[in-house]
Design a protein around this ligand. Structure first.
Ligand code: ADP
Length: 892
């Protein structure tokens, strides 16, 4: 019997060989000499990770226990491969066009890139695979223990052995699966090693089979006779279980993360599927060919109570075939390790992409890019994920006690993973499927699976027998193996039926009731109609006719000169001296890069794709284009806002400029008016003073008359200068008010006496003193100045033969108005608007002033918060002074 040392040495040598193969394959792939690595054969062989240790050891045990039912495990995938070939092709096409990295990624990107959904699928996959990992641990442990005899077992318990195997597998998976990071998550080395393992396990099983049939039974005929005689021949076929398990294995074949990894992610060429569709069923046929003979002969040869799961090992050993047993051990070892590597790789990708990275990125803030530290985080998180997954498998093994038959553990995993099927198939074929529907279906399926299969499978620690008898919390219709009171079903059929049926029903119903988001709709269309949207192999080639289109487009984007120079340069590079360059891939790539500088990478890619690719644009491209246009729009709206602001500023500047112009014109007009007003009296003063100086013998009365004129003119000048000064002080707001209290009657009295003093023919003034008994609190002197001006104006300009001035006081909606109305002809209508302006004079005569009086009145009233207006509807000159509201006090 082989010793443990030899076994360990062989295993290590085998692992070293696998490493060597993987390393060499990676080297070849890196050098680009990997055509045979990408052959349909390698692809088909890599699919064989479907056949794990469960199939290698478990199928024989399954056959020994349940007859031909083990066939269902092969039947499901065969049906998928043959009958649903087109569905797989669609999956592979989508995987390629959407650059999908795992099944969680596929589901999440189908349903609007929902990370929540990816997390759900990841968690479900990790939990679903856990029993499976423990299955591999169990089978390797069992196979090791077969080679132990008493001396080897010294101080070595089975639990310790499992732990060491788990650690060994974890290290193995980490070394294999996370050696490098590839953007497409392709691993040529691993796939090649897996293909080699597929050959080893097939050869091992065939060798044992041939030995059993020809070496032990003595030929095909006797072997068949022995099978008939054994209990396998007696087994009844249970139709329900057959259908359920066939369906389950078909579903698992599509949904298992490791199958998705080799079938979709690692696929190099869609056409490989065509070969695999017949070659893989053939592989499964070969690997299952000798299952029944080995089981039958094993049952016959081995003592009662021997574990039928190990017949593949124990039968050769019992016949003294140590070498064959060793080969068989390597076959089982291959089955377990290849499954663990690929599963751990697929799961750790999902965990790091959908659980660790989003958390890490959100904690890091937005600045992260795919740089060295991110790579480091990804690698570390994948390694830790593999460790955690292996640890979960180990704990499941410990919890379930490792006692169950391999096949039933495998079915638990299959059912868990199959919960992804409704969301996956719905997503591929039904545009109406929504994210909420997928989430709801997955949740329902997952809960039912945990309740009806996972927990009952672990055993009494987590689910006491009372739950089986009377349901959780005594709720009878929730009994894990008799949901809704339907009893008598096989537990597996029961769990598969309820979990998948309710999962699918909830998924469809919720999808019908909810609306997909725009992104989901877009992705849904891309997935369902993937064959309309994506070209097969990537890479652009085009005809010269397309070069013209490219030229036109480029000119539009880069501008004529630059585009022509670029095309000329490219043509010269291709050796073409007149005409446009050929649209070779290299040229297109450079053009794309050049255009990207102006319109953004995504837009450039989409534009060239439109012209050359002939294919429609991928969703990714569309979204990126939308992103870029959103940025452009934001930029242009910012520009618009700026230009609107500039327009407003320009308008303000124009207004200000106009005002300045006006003011400057007013100033010029004012200066010329003033100089004119000053010049007139100055001229007469000069003229008369010259006469006085130069004329000798001027009569005394003449002298007096001239001197009087000079005096008058000087007075006028002084008055004018006083008025100007007063006006400018008022206009500049520099005047300070001298507030005081007095009655209106007093102010009027003072004004009248001042205005009329020294006049030979004073105007007759009529007033009603009783109405004037109003107390004012304002600048009384300034108010009197206004009154004086109005009274003297009436005096000056009233042309009636008997001039009269009526001063009337009114109450005008709570304010006091004092009207000054004379019986002259007044101000003509066209001049009425003007009279308050500076230098406004209706009649130019000597009697009149400079036309500043009313302007001063208006300024004073403004300062006093009152008003002065001309009353147009009266016959004579009529002015109204409205007293300031705050200045009045209640009439006494
Ligand atoms: P001035 O200081 O020359 O009197 P004002 O500004 O006081 O100038 O008056 C402007 C013009 O309004 C006068 O030239 C005159 O023609 C006209 N005006 C003012 N008051 C009366 C009135 N009571 N009747 C007729 N015209 C008047």
């Amino acid at each position: 019997m082989a010793t443990l040392n030899l076994l360990v040495a062989v295993s290590l040598a085998y692992v070293a060989l696998l490493f060597g193969v993987a390393f060499a394959a990676d080297r070849l792939a890196a050098k680009g000499r990997s055509t045979w690595l990408r052959s349909p054969l390698i692809y088909t062989l890599s699919l064989s990770i479907y056949c794990t240790a469960w199939t290698f050891y478990g199928a024989v045990g399954y056959a020994a226990r349940s007859g031909l039912e083990f066939v269902t495990i092969y039947l499901g995938p065969t049906l998928v491969m043959v009958g649903w070939w087109w569905g797989l092709r669609k999956l592979v096409r989508i995987g390629r066009s959407q650059r999908v990295t795992s099944i969680a990624d596929l589901i999440s990107s189908r349903y609007g890139k929902s990370n929540l959904l990816a997390i759900c699928v990841t968690v479900l996959a990790v939990l679903g695979i856990t029993p499976y990992i423990s299955l591999q641990l169990q089978s390797i442990t069992l196979s090791f223990s077969i080679f132990f005899d008493e001396t080897n077992m010294r101080g070595f318990s089975e639990t310790r052995l499992v732990l060491w195997i788990a650690v060994g597998l974890a290290v193995f998976a980490i070394l294999f699966g996370t050696r490098n990071l590839d953007a497409n998550e392709r691993h040529h080395g691993v796939v090649t090693a897996v293909a080699l393992e597929a050959v080893v396990k097939l050869v091992a099983l065939l060798a044992v089979g041939i030995f059993v049939v020809w070496g032990v039974a003595g030929g095909v005929g006797p072997a068949l006779a022995r099978i008939d005689a054994s209990q396998i021949g007696q087994w009844q076929v249970n139709g329900g279980r057959w259908a359920a398990i066939t369906f389950l294995s078909a579903a698992a074949f599509v949904c298992l993360p490791r199958m998705f990894q080799v079938m979709v992610v690692e696929n190099d060429d869609e056409r490989h599927l065509r070969t695999a569709s017949w070659a893989f069923p053939l592989y499964m046929l070969l690997i299952s060919l000798f299952v029944v003979p080995i089981a039958a002969i094993g049952l016959e040869l081995m003592p009662k109570g021997a574990n039928p799961d190990l017949f593949v090992l124990t039968v050769p050993l019992s016949q003294g075939q140590d070498g064959l047993a060793m080969l068989s051990f390597l076959g089982g070892f291959s089955s377990a390790t290849s499954m663990v590597i690929v599963a751990a790789m697929a799961l750790s990708t999902m965990v790091s992409n959908h659980l660790v990275m989003p958390i890490w990125l959100s904690r890091r803030g937005s600045g992260a890019s795919v740089s060295g530290d991110v790579r480091h985080i990804v690698l570390v998180s994948r390694r830790i994920a593999i460790g955690v997954i292996m640890a979960l498998g180990y704990f499941y093994f410990e919890l379930s006690g490792g006692g169950s038959a391999l096949a039933s553990i495998g079915l638990i995993s299959f059912t868990g993973i199959a919960q992804i099927l409704p969301a996956l198939v719905g997503g591929l074929f039904w545009r109406g499927a929504t994210r909420t529907g997928a989430l709801a279906g997955l949740t329902v399926g997952f809960c039912l699976w945990v309740h009806t299969m996972l927990l009952p499978g672990i055993g009494s620690e987590l689910m006491p027998p009372s739950v089986f008898e009377s349901g959780p919390f005594g709720i009878g219709w929730l009994r894990p193996q008799a949901l809704f009171g339907i009893e008598g079903l096989d537990p597996t059929v029961h769990a598969v039926m309820w979990s998948l049926a309710l999962n699918a029903a909830v998924f469809s119903l919720v999808s019908l009731l909810t609306f997909p988001s725009p992104l989901e709709r877009l992705q849904g269309a891309q997935f369902v109609n993937v064959f309309d949207h994506s070209a097969g192999p990537r890479g652009w080639t085009g005809s010269v006719a397309q070069s013209e289109d490219l030229m036109i487009m480029s000119q539009r984007i880069m501008g004529g000169g630059e585009a022509q120079a670029f095309f000329r340069e490219e043509a010269a590079r291709q050796g073409i001296h007149a005409g446009l360059p050929e649209p070779t891939p290299a040229f297109l790539e450079r053009l794309e890069r050049k255009l990207a500088g102006s319109v953004g990478a995504a837009t450039a890619h989409a534009m060239i794709g439109q012209i050359v690719g002939g294919s429609s644009v991928s969703v990714e491209d569309l979204l990126a284009v939308a992103d870029e246009s959103a940025q452009l729009m934001e930029y242009s709206s910012r520009l618009e806002a700026k230009s609107a602001e500039l327009t407003r500023t320009a308008a303000k500047l124009r207004d200000a400029n106009e005002k300045l112009l006006q003011i400057s014109q007013q100033k010029d007009a004012f200066l010329s008016q003033v100089s004119h007003e000053l010049r007139t009296p100055m001229t007469s003063i000069r003229a008369f003073s010259e006469i006085l100086r130069d004329t000798e013998g001027l009569a005394a009365e003449e002298q007096t008359r001239y001197a009087a004129i000079i005096h008058d003119e000087a007075l006028r000048l002084t008055r004018l200068l006083d008025d100007l000064l007063d006006l400018s002080v008022l206009e500049n707001g520099e005047v300070s008010l001298n507030l005081g209290t007095g009655t209106l009657a007093e102010v009027l009295d003072r004004a009248i006496s001042t205005a009329l003093s020294g006049l030979e023919r004073p105007i007759e003034i009529r007033r009603r003193r009783s109405a004037e008994n109003i107390v004012l609190h304002t600048d009384l002197d300034r108010l009197a100045q206004v009154f004086i001006n109005l009274i003297s104006n009436a005096q000056k300009y009233c042309d009636a033969p008997r001039p009269e001035l009526v001063i009337a006081v009114h109450d005008l909606k709570g304010r006091i108005a004092v009207d000054f109305i004379d019986n002259g002809s007044g101000v003509p209508p066209e001049a009425q608007k003007m009279v308050f302006e500076k230098f406004a004079r209706v009649v130019h005569d000597k009697a009149g002033g400079a036309g500043l009086g009313l302007a001063i009145c208006r300024e004073i009233m403004n300062r006093l918060d009152g008003e002065i207006v001309y009353l147009a509807d009266r016959t004579g000159g009529a002015f109204r002074v409205i007293l300031p509201a705050a200045a009045e006090m209640a009439a006494q």
